[in-house]
Design a protein around this ligand. Structure first.
Ligand SMILES: Nc1ncnc2c1ncn2[C@@H]1O[C@H](COP(=O)(O)OP(=O)(O)OP(=O)(O)O)[C@@H](O)[C@H]1O
Ligand SMILES: [Mg+2]
Length: 271
C-alpha cells in the first residue's frame, strides 16, 4: 500500500470514520469496531456516542471505573444487547447490531463476568454446548462423535479439567468454574475472543494458568479483548488499552502511554 494511502486511512480512523476498507492503524488492521454507539438504561447513558476500533491479532485491555460501560460494550459487540443507535463493523460488514446467532459466523466468542455454566450438566457437556448446533440435550451425544471430541480433549487438558470431566458444573470450585467458562470459549476456536474479568477472585496459580491460556491464544494470532481491573495483569497482557469513563472513550493507545495519562490516572487509578 502506498504511503499516502496509509496516512489517509490512518487519518480517517483518527476522525472516527468507519469505512469497510481494512483500515490500517498504528496497531495494524482492525477487525471489530463501533461508531457513534449509544445504549441507555432507564435514562442512564451506559454507552455514550462511542467510537472505537479493536486491532486484529492484538490483545486489547478494556478498562475503566465500575459502571463505565465495559460490560455493556462487550454485550453489544457479542450480540447480547441491542444498541439504541450507532454502527458496528465486524471485518468489512457494517451492521446496526450483532445478533447472538451470528456469533459463530463472525467467529466471535466470549466469557461472562458472572459465568454462564449449566449447573446440572457435566464439564464435558458444558464444553460441548457452545459448539452443538442443537442445544437440546439429545443433540449432545452426536456432537461428541465428531471433530469436537479431539478439541474437547485438548481443552480439558489446557484448562486442567480432565480429571473433573464427568462432574457436574455445580460440583466445581470457583477457580475451576472460571476455567470451565474459558474452556467453553476455547471450544469455539473463535478469531475474536472477549474475556469479561477472567481473573476476578482467582488464586495466584490459577491466575498464571489463565495467563498461559491467553498467551496460547496470542501465539495463534487471535484477537483478544480483556476487561480487567488489575493493572499489573492488564500491562502484562495488553498490546493496546482502551479506557472508558461514563460510556465515553477517555484514552487509548499503548499501555505505558495510556497508564501515564493524567486524565486516566485521575479518573480511574485515583492518583
Ligand atoms: N441491564 C441493565 N439494566 C439497568 N442498568 C444497567 C444494566 N446493565 C448495565 N447498567 C448500567 O449501565 C452502566 C454501565 O454498566 P456496565 O455493567 O457496562 O459497567 P462496567 O464498566 O462493566 O462495570 P464493572 O467494572 O462494575 O463491571 C452502569 O450505570 C450500570 O448500572
Ligand atoms: Mg462489567
Amino acid at each position: 500500500m502506498k504511503i499516502d494511502k496509509i496516512v489517509k486511512n490512518f487519518k480517517s480512523i483518527q476522525k472516527g470514520e468507519l469505512k469497510p476498507i481494512k483500515p490500517l492503524s498504528v496497531y495494524g488492521l482492525d477487525i471489530i469496531a463501533c461508531k457513534n454507539l449509544n445504549k441507555q438504561f432507564m435514562g442512564i447513558k451506559a454507552i455514550d456516542n462511542l467510537t472505537i476500533n479493536i486491532p486484529q491479532a492484538q490483545t486489547t485491555g478494556l478498562i475503566g471505573p465500575n459502571g463505565s460501560g465495559k460490560t455493556t460494550l462487550m454485550n453489544i459487540l457479542t450480540g447480547m444487547l441491542k444498541p439504541d443507535s450507532g454502527e458496528i463493523r465486524v471485518r468489512d460488514k457494517i451492521r446496526k447490531r450483532i445478533k447472538s446467532h451470528e456469533l459463530r459466523k463472525y467467529r466471535i466468542a466470549r466469557t461472562f463476568q458472572d459465568g454462564r455454566l449449566i449447573e446440572q450438566l457435566s464439564v464435558e457437556d458444558n464444553l460441548l454446548l457452545p459448539v452443538a448446533d442443537n442445544t437440546i440435550f439429545g443433540g449432545l451425544k452426536e456432537v461428541k462423535q465428531d471433530d469436537y471430541k479431539a478439541r474437547m480433549e485438548q481443552v480439558l487438558e489446557i484448562t486442567s479439567l480432565t480429571e473433573h470431566r464427568h462432574k457436574k458444573a455445580e460440583e466445581l470450585s470457583y477457580g475451576l468454574r472460571k476455567l470451565l467458562e474459558i474452556g467453553r470459549l476455547l471450544m469455539q476456536d473463535a478469531e475474536i475472543n472477549f474475556f469479561d474479568e477472567p481473573f476476578t477472585g482467582l488464586f495466584p496459580e490459577i491466575v498464571e494458568k489463565v495467563c498461559d491460556i491467553i498467551g496460547g491464544l496470542q501465539k495463534q494470532g487471535k484477537t483478544i479483548v480483556i476487561i480487567e481491573h488489575n493493572m499489573g495483569l492488564i500491562k502484562r497482557l495488553s498490546d493496546h488499552i482502551i479506557v472508558l469513563d461514563h460510556g465515553t472513550l477517555l484514552a487509548e493507545g499503548r499501555p505505558d502511554f495510556v497508564l501515564k495519562n493524567k486524565a486516566v490516572r485521575e479518573a480511574y487509578l485515583g492518583v
